[in-house]
Ligand binder design. Structure first.
Ligand code: ATP
Length: 596
């Protein structure tokens, strides 16, 4: 343990140097170009805690996003990532860094310890469970989170959540950490604790860069390097302790007892006149810092136990298969703990099934109630479609921020996450379909034949798979409000072309052919064929009814234009829809994640 504890205190050292860095964006399609970063020079050193400061809209986040590789586009200039092995390329270096967003993207239903262990299993492959526990304990201790180990993340304070976000990324021992406004939303004590934790981590050789708004005087002095920006240009780059004397040299005397950070921002905000051009020119020399060779800095720490560097440098990421197993467990645990997703839905499905069963009593075997039985089949299909599509629309928008963070920080590949969610949700859909089918099928007196029951169940389950896929697709493309709106419109449009409300033989020819691309059609047709197809015997006609027009199954099928035995084609079409939509969802999710 003690050996490991010291190991966490050391990492590889990488400097980031950029020269003449410019970045522009195009506003709208064929719109004007806007230059956001203008010929920036700078050097962010390993072992230092750097703060990028500036007025709102100065380009702080843009610079952070570009250096981290999160934002790409029309970029000119040079960015070098200089390690002991020499200058590295962006792809190699991206694996060595992590990005901590302003909002804390955590799963509310896990405790701190569980979140840490899941991250440890997703990031490290070649160590034992005990080693992972020691590692997470050591990180939690460094970030002063040991007391919150058994607390669910939803109940953590803002500062604790921020430190947990940092702790999760520390598991991979990244030499470079980017943080977007880590103190936003925190009170002064929590901000101080957060920056103090970052200071500790920087001392171990990491390059830590964060954007920050108006820090207090105490926090300002905790940084090793301040990089001040105004309108995409650098206006000051030096130690915080030199701020007052630097601005005094430029003719701006900071009043006594005034926070130098506030004074600096007042100057750049033009409160003492507009001297931007003069200050930017004067700062040019400071922004281009000289590189101290890393080896010289390493010698200062040579007394450190070199064996321990080896412990962490030998940590390897796990295989995608192992990550898949971890994600699968995480998805199952989330489903189990999310009361509304599973427990409530099981109870609701049970009650709805009993209600519909009682409402449509005997409609399955009574020739005088065949029209009611169509109603039962339509409601069954609609129930499954709505209860799977709408929750699915909300799934990705809610998880997108977490997914984006974990993907960008190399926790796993998108396909691994995608397959794990698919494998977890399908059995659940089968379970809901089974509960619904077994209750309603018996209560509505559908034909008591096992093969018909399984065909009924198969169609319902496939309909729920396809509907969930459509819902996920809408969620991957739109925000939750637009997604549910488009979901409702899609259901209405598909419902009118499904052959229930307007029979196929009553449809205009063009719309009849359009209905072939509608999976509701196959769901309804499959249900009707399962109940009335396959040479079913005539239905009974009660003695108190004079004439039952729809007691002969062949007449029913003919009236609905479903005489041809289409059941297995319906099954194949539903399955095809499910597969095709799933592939499209994957592609849209990938595209969405590639954008900021
Ligand atoms: N894709 C884009 N299209 C158009 N303008 C953009 C785009 N990205 C950034 N900008 C503009 O570039 C400027 C810098 O944005 P950035 O988010 O980097 O500023 P910031 O310093 O982080 O601001 P804040 O402190 O308010 O978050 C802003 O004026 C912003 O509107």
């Amino acid at each position: 343990m003690s050996r490991y504890k010291s190991a966490t205190l050391r990492t590889r050292m990488i400097d980031i140097q950029f020269k003449d860095l410019s970045y522009e964006v195009q506003i709208g399609y064929r719109g004007q170009k806007k230059q956001i970063l203008k010929d920036l020079d700078g050097l962010f050193k390993a072992g230092e805690l750097t703060a990028i400061m500036g007025t709102s809209g100065a380009g702080k986040s843009t610079l952070l996003n570009i250096l981290s590789g999160l934002q790409q586009g029309k970029l000119t200039g040079k960015i070098d990532y200089i390690g002991n092995e020499g200058v590295q390329n962006l792809n190699r270096y991206k694996k060595d860094s992590c990005y901590i967003q302003q909002t804390d993207c955590l799963y509310d239903l896990f405790t701190v310890q569980e979140s840490m262990m899941i991250a440890a299993y997703l990031k490290i492959g070649n160590v034992t469970h005990t080693f992972r526990q020691m590692l997470t304990d050591s990180i939690l201790k460094t970030l002063n989170l040991t007391k919150t180990k058994d607390t669910r993340t939803a109940r953590l304070s803002g500062g604790q959540k921020k430190r947990l976000s940092i702790a999760l990324e520390l598991i991979g021992n990244p030499p470079i950490m980017f943080l977007d406004e880590p103190t936003t939303g925190l009170d002064s004590l929590a901000s101080l604790q957060c920056v103090s934790a970052l200071q500790t981590l920087a001392k171990t050789g990491r390059t830590i860069i964060c954007t920050i708004h108006q820090p207090s005087a105490a926090i300002y002095q905790m940084f090793d390097h301040i990089y001040l920006m105004v309108d995409g240009q650098c206006m000051y780059a030096d130690k915080p302790g030199n701020t007052v004397s630097y601005f005094a040299q430029q003719g701006f005397q900071c009043p006594k007892y005034h926070n130098p950070a506030d004074y600096m921002l007042e100057v750049v905000n033009g409160e003492y006149g507009n001297y931007d051009t003069q200050l930017i020119a004067a700062a040019k020399h400071y922004c281009e810092r000289t590189v101290t060779p890393l080896k010289q800095r390493m010698i200062k720490e040579a007394s450190f136990d070199e064996r321990n560097v080896n412990v962490l440098s030998k940590l390897k990421p796990p295989s995608e298969m192992m990550r898949f197993m971890v994600l699968l467990r995480r998805c199952i645990l989330l489903l189990y703990r999310d009361w509304t997703l599973t427990h409530l839905k099981v109870i609701m499905t049970f009650f709805v099934a009993v209600l519909l069963g009682l409402l449509f009593e005997h409609s399955g075997d009574d020739g005088s109630k065949t029209i009611s039985n169509f109603g039962f089949l339509v409601i069954s299909v609609m129930y499954v479609i709505y209860t799977t599509m709408i929750p699915a629309v909300l799934k990705f928008p809610l998880e997108l921020a977490i997914l984006r963070k974990e993907r960008f920080n190399n926790w796993y590949q998108l396909k691994t996450y995608y397959i794990a969610t698919l494998v977890t949700t399908l059995p659940l859909q089968i379970l809901f379909s089974l509960i619904y089918s077994s209750i309603t099928y018996v209560l509505t007196n559908q034909p008591m034949e096992w093969n018909r029951f399984f065909m009924f169940l198969l169609i319902l389950a496939l309909t729920s798979f396809a509907s969930e896929s459509v819902g996920l697709g809408l969620g991957a493309i739109f925000n939750p409000i637009n997604g549910t709106f488009f979901g409702a419109i899609t259901v209405c449009a598909m419902l009118s072309l499904a052959g229930y409300l307007v029979f196929f033989n009553h449809m205009p020819v063009i719309l009849y052919y359009v209905s072939y691309v509608n999976y509701f059609r196959y769901a309804f047709e499959g249900m009707v064929q399962a109940i009335y197809g396959f040479q079913r015997e005539n239905l009974r006609c009660p003695s108190n009814v004079e004439y039952c027009h729809f007691r002969i199954p062949s007449i029913i099928l003919e009236e609905l234009s479903m005489s041809k035995p289409m059941f297995w084609i319906d099954v194949s079409m539903l399955f095809g829809w499910f597969v095709a939509i799933r592939i499209l969802v994957y592609a849209s999710l990938k595209r969405r994640l590639s954008k900021l």
